[in-house]
Design a protein. Structure first.
Length: 319
């Protein structure tokens, strides 16, 4: 089955993506709309975007992770033998996975295992958490993932922060979490959820967990600050975990009634494209999101219009 999902890419500032051609991948049993796993990839001139959707029955997060990376050419396209890879999940809150506040540990473990299969010399998990790091790592499942895989779980300390010039429109010198700038490859692995100030927290906002200092001050003019951070940090790929999405009371949540299952992953080498696509899972357009909407951000490629992906099983709007 051929799928065609056009997205626009700014020509100077007005186009974001152009998807030409597409690939449908299905797993396990015949029937294009009945498999437990589906992954769709669209090729664009300078990059890619893949959305993977797992069916409710027979769906496994680890298999879906593998499918979306296969659709993008496999992890070896991004990770080379001998690389030091740092994965940046969102595990800032001491919340278990069913509350949708943090990256799904099954997704995190699957990404680590793919990096190891690709020949990574070392895989590290790094996030400058809001709640106590040790408590966060235990409750979110990151500690267990590190134990299961042999990945290094990095504890944020002041010695791992270094003042760097972010060269943003608003942000200049700021303490930066060193593991995320010293790695050979960085995989941004946020969870998709509501945020009371920025409307949503996705991939671009996940970089607030990559800096130290007076982070509370970043919530003033939050959209502009998110853009400055996204300009500085250059992930190899962004994989947005939307297996569960928090639709209200974010970012910390606390009730399963705040959470909806979407069984979806969005993978792209274009961070803004990834965020723009994931926003649609909440029933929003990219233009609804202040850090995506082009206001005065001339230093980043920003979307003007993005059309929802068609085809059976695609992610719908969230509450």
């Amino acid at each position: 089955m051929a799928l065609h999902y056009p997205m626009t890419r700014r020509e100077s500032i007005k186009r974001l993506l152009h998807l030409s051609g597409s690939l449908a991948l299905a797993g396990f049993v015949p029937g294009a709309f009945q498999e437990p796993l589906l992954a769709w990839a669209g090729a664009k001139e300078t990059g890619f975007i893949v959305e993977g959707v797992g069916a409710e029955e027979g769906y496994k997060e680890k298999e879906l992770v593998r499918k979306v990376f296969e659709a993008a050419g496999g992890m070896r396209r991004f990770v080379s033998r001998g690389d030091v890879v740092v994965i940046k999940p969102n595990i800032s809150w001491a919340r278990p996975v069913h509350l949708g506040a943090t990256t799904n540990p099954e997704v995190l473990q699957a990404v680590i295992e793919l990096c190891q299969e690709a020949g990574a010399k070392k895989v590290r998990i790094a996030d400058n958490t809001i709640d106590d790091a040790g408590f966060c790592f235990k409750v979110t499942g990151a500690e267990a993932v590190a134990s299961n895989t042999g990945a290094e779980l990095v504890y944020p300390t002041s010695s791992l922060m270094r003042d760097m010039n972010l060269r943003g429109n608003r942000l200049d010198v700021w303490p930066v979490y060193l593991p995320l700038v010293e790695a050979d490859k960085v995989i941004n692995l946020p969870v998709a959820k509501h945020h009371i100030l920025s409307s949503l927290t996705l991939g671009m906002k996940n970089w607030i967990g990559a800096v130290g200092g007076r982070r509370w001050s970043l919530h003033g003019d939050i959209h502009e600050n998110i853009v400055d951070l996204a300009q500085f940090f250059k992930p190899t790929v962004t994989l947005i975990d939307a297996t569960r999405i928090m639709t209200k009371n974010g970012p910390s949540g606390g009730s399963s009634s705040d959470v909806a299952k979407r069984n979806t992953l969005v993978l792209s080498d274009d961070p803004i494209a990834a965020d723009a696509k994931a926003a649609m899972l909440f029933g929003k357009t990219p233009m609804d999101i202040g850090f995506i909407r082009p206001v005065s951000y001339t230093h980043l490629t920003l979307p003007t219009t993005i059309k929802p992906w068609g085809g059976g099983g695609g992610g719908g709007g969230g509450g």
